[in-house]
Design a protein around this ligand. Structure first.
Ligand code: PMP
Length: 298
């Protein structure tokens, strides 16, 4: 990934892709003091850009540091690097981390770095796999309780168990793993939220120990617009036996129907299809431009 043409926005400037480096004694590498975002560009526009930039700033605060840039500055930097890279459809990865000024658990005076990279990343899962519904196994790890980790942050440290779970799933021929929470309730996949269709209603686990995804919030809104009732609640794993359809949501995953979770089987149907289409339409609707002339015209 480091040997490419193009530029990366790094601490306020655009630097050649191959030169966007950091020191091996960076605190983030040793102690996980890093937060990040995942965004998608559709037709040159970053979908929900400000929501993502704001979440990056919030995640940093949860980890006890402040970004040296405002949310508006992060938005502008993102637009700049997206424009420079010139992809109509792409993935954006902002990341912020503690630098190499201090080594040890305490690193109060470390410099905070921010970088934003953009690359082409087509659908997470192949279109064929998507239509059939992807296959998930049960993850070997559970999501930690909010008393055990800052679960509301999109923090690099929380992804260790996601990578371990995803690798184990892939080694056994599955596309992803479904994680339970600390209580044994349904939580999420390793990088996407979970929805169940039970008798025409949409059910989704309450995000009290994992990320309340921006895609999740978008899909809840789209479903309600379509007149589909959405229920956020604690869902026990055995309730998967009562679900007709299941899908995942995430910036990278978009809306991805699921065909299998452990012993349970599902057939992607009418509601999954409607939401795949509604999400596709929503991400491709250009943001409404600020009414600059409005005041002068009045
Ligand atoms: N959960 C995890 C663990 C994730 O990595 C992601 C992707 N950021 C999500 C949920 C979905 O979040 P979003 O819809 O904001 O991308």
């Amino acid at each position: 990934f480091d040997d490419r043409d193009g530029v990366i926005w790094y601490d306020g400037a655009l630097v050649p892709w191959r030169d966007a480096k950091l020191h091996v004694l960076s605190h983030a590498l040793h102690y996980g003091s890093s937060v990040f975002e995942g965004e998608r560009v559709y037709g040159g526009n970053v979908f929900k850009l400000t929501e993502h930039s704001a979440r990056l700033a919030r995640s940093a605060e949860v980890l006890g540091f402040q970004l040296p840039y405002s949310v508006a500055e992060i938005d502008a930097a993102t637009r700049l690097v997206v424009k420079e890279m010139g992809f109509a459809d792409a993935y954006v990865r902002p990341v912020a981390w503690r630098g190499s000024e201090m080594m040890g658990v305490s690193a109060q005076a470390s410099r905070i770095h921010v970088a934003i990279a953009v690359w082409q990343w087509p659908s997470y899962f192949s279109p064929e796999a998507k239509m059939k519904g992807i296959r998930l196994m049960w993850a070997p790890y559970r999501r930690p309780a909010p008393e055990c980790a800052p679960t509301e942050a999109k923090a690099a440290g929380l992804y260790m168990i996601c990578t371990l779970s995803k690798h184990q799933a892939e080694a056994q021929g599955f596309q992803d793993a479904l994680m339970l929470d600390h209580r044994g309730l349904l939580a999420e996949a390793t990088g996407a939220n979970l929805f169940l269709v039970i008798d025409g209603r949409l059910h989704t686990p309450k995000p009290d120990s994992f990320l309340d995804g921006i895609t999740r919030q978008t899909v809840v809104g789209l479903a309600r617009d379509l007149g589909i009732e959405v229920v956020e609640r604690a869902i026990r794993p055995e309730e998967l036996a009562t679900a007709q359809e299941v899908f995942l949501t995430g910036t990278a995953a978009e809306v991805t129907p699921v065909g299998e979770i452990g012993e349970h089987r599902f057939t992607p149907g009418r509601i999954s299809e409607a939401l795949v289409k509604a999400y596709d339409a929503a991400v491709r609707t250009p943001p409404v431009a600020a009414p600059l002339g409005a005041v002068a015209a009045e």
